[in-house]
Design a binder for this molecule. Structure first.
Ligand SMILES: *Cc1c(COP(=O)(O)O)cnc(C)c1O
Length: 400
């Protein structure tokens, strides 16, 4: 639950915060965070139950509302992000959906970048209109389009991802935040691709940050989860919506994710370093038409990426010659990197967006986003980079 007067950070560096932040030990003094697999809580007296329900006593009431293990995960994320408050959700999509719904009502309008994770685009394009919330999709990199899309007095939210999936395009968060502020709209940033380590949307002026914890935060392919971070008042509204509609995080998943946060910097540093090396080698391979990596000088927005992010990315996108045939040949020839639509995992994974994650879009919509038939998205894992390259180069050789 949102609490107002909390310190926004531990004052310690991220790697330390991610190991120790938010821990609350039980009377047994356990080293590792305890898993409180309980639906509910018992009260010493009827009076104490009454006080809990009234909110006079801050203890837990029911695990759909809050849970000690989930609360530790929320607090660690809050301290990492430097937010006033945080709430965990069952999945990343629950986080996106609740973050949007909490601040919108019929008659409102949303502006979103069109390069969005498929389900986010479904919520904005298909779901919100059913409840009277209209939307405009813009080219996220074109600031004039954000400005032009604002409907005076009606635009209540801006939504974007940066870097985007799968083409790793960068949106200027500070500039869009300024346009949102002038419009009186809340800027919600889906920060999955950058991770809390490489980009700080709240410092850049965003109001709300959401994550799919399923990705780098778990990072070992085990469970789904999400989190919403922002101002205390907004997170109070999020809490109300969450507790009454139900997509709460399981305490077991919260525990897995707490363990994931401990190793997040080690994994992400390694993944991003390997991704930078692989991006350069992929770009030099004759089977590749174009390589997209925010840490490379030839990225169309390299300067913006360097200003806004403290690292490149753990993902690399590249266009294989020969279109779908070439991309499939590379995917099928890979032995270490596996074909999967997940990302941020310890295991390297490759995706062909056109036929999987972005299959729902029309060919025209895909072309608009630069999602070509030959495009592959590589999520770089923590394996030895030389093994990854040997595997990738033999696969690329086969596509020629
Ligand atoms: C995966 C993902 C989501 C959705 O998260 P789930 O945990 O799968 O529900 C939302 N946004 C982005 C950018 C993602 O990569």
């Amino acid at each position: 639950m949102a609490k107002r007067a909390k310190k926004k950070t531990t004052g310690l560096r991220p790697a330390t915060t991610l190991v120790h932040g938010g821990i609350e030990r039980s009377r047994f003094g356990e080293t590792s965070e305890a898993i409180f697999l309980t639906q509910g809580y018992v009260y010493e007296t009827a009076e104490s139950a009454e006080a809990r329900f009234k909110g006079d006593d801050p203890g837990h009431v029911y695990s759909r509302y809050s849970n000690p293990t989930v609360a530790m995960f929320e607090e660690r994320m809050r301290l990492m992000e430097g937010a006033e408050a945080a709430r965990a959700t069952a999945t990343g999509m629950a986080a996106v959906n609740i973050a949007l719904m909490a601040g919108l009502k019929a008659g409102d309008h949303v502006v979103a970048a069109k390069a969005l994770f498929g389900s986010c685009r479904y919520i904005i394009e298909d779901l919100l209109p059913r409840f009277g919330v209209t939307s405009t999709l813009v080219d996220g990199a074109d600031l004039a389009q954000w400005k032009k899309a604002v409907k005076k007095g009606r635009t209540r939210a801006f939504f974007l991802e940066s870097p985007t999936n799968p083409t790793l395009e960068i949106v200027d968060i500070a500039a869009v935040a300024e346009i949102a502020r002038k419009a009186g709209a809340r800027l919600i940033v889906d920060n999955v691709f950058a991770t809390p380590l490489m980009q700080k949307p709240l410092e850049l002026g965003a109001d709300v940050v959401v994550y799919s914890a399923t990705k780098h935060i778990d990072g070992q392919g085990r469970c789904l989860g999400g989190v919403i971070l922002g101002g205390a008042d907004f997170i109070d509204d999020v809490h109300t919506l969450l507790k009454h509609t139900g997509p709460s995080m399981s305490p077991f998943n919260a525990w897995v994710l707490l363990k994931g946060l401990e190793t997040l910097p080690i994994r992400v540093d390694r993944q991003a370093a390997s991704a930078a090396i692989l991006a350069d080698r992929i770009a030099d391979h004759p089977a590749v038409k174009r390589t997209l990596y925010p840490g490379r000088a030839d990225h169309p927005q390299a300067a913006l990426a360097a200003r806004q992010m403290t690292g490149g990315s753990t993902l690399v996108a590249f266009d294989v010659k020969g279109g779908k045939k070439g991309a499939f040949a590379v995917s099928n020839a890979l032995k270490i990197t596996r074909i999967s639509n997940n990302l941020g995992d310890a295991k390297s994974l490759v995706t062909h967006p056109t036929t999987t994650t972005h299959q729902r879009l029309s060919e025209e919509a895909r072309q608009e986003l630069g999602i070509t038939q030959g495009l592959l998205r590589l999520s770089v894992g923590i394996e030895d980079v030389e093994d990854l390259w040997e595997d990738l180069s033999q696969a690329l050789d086969k596509a020629r």
